[in-house]
Design a protein around this ligand. Sequence first.
Ligand code: FE2
Length: 140
Amino acid sequence: MSGYKYGIAWNDSYRLGNDQVDHQHMQIFELLGKIATSCMEGNDSACLNETLNFLVSYTIRHFDDEEALQISCNFPDLLRHKQLHEDFKVTVGKLVKRYEESGSSSDLSNDVNKIVVRWLINHINGEDKKIGEYLRNIQN
Ligand SMILES: [Fe+2]
């Protein structure tokens, strides 16, 4: 079904060709989808809280792994890429702060989904794929 009000369906075009990173990206999509589904079934506040907690913990771990990969292969754009990750952590931090200050609202819930989904897709397609390209070039 075109079921999710929020969340993102994984699409193989998001692959960059590194199994660990692709697997984690897939995991993020899947978990966001699951959380989105539970959001639709009611309990919006718990759901928003869960989404934010997940984003904070999983994305930080994922960014660490991605940056470790970039260091291990001497990816030339590492610093700029790391900065993009840091900026996203700040963005998520602001969403968390909004939740802590004002609790759940459909505005916040919409913003979380819009901002996070848009960022993820743009970042994977525009930035993470450059790592995949670089890895293919140095392996050839
Ligand atoms: Fe990245």
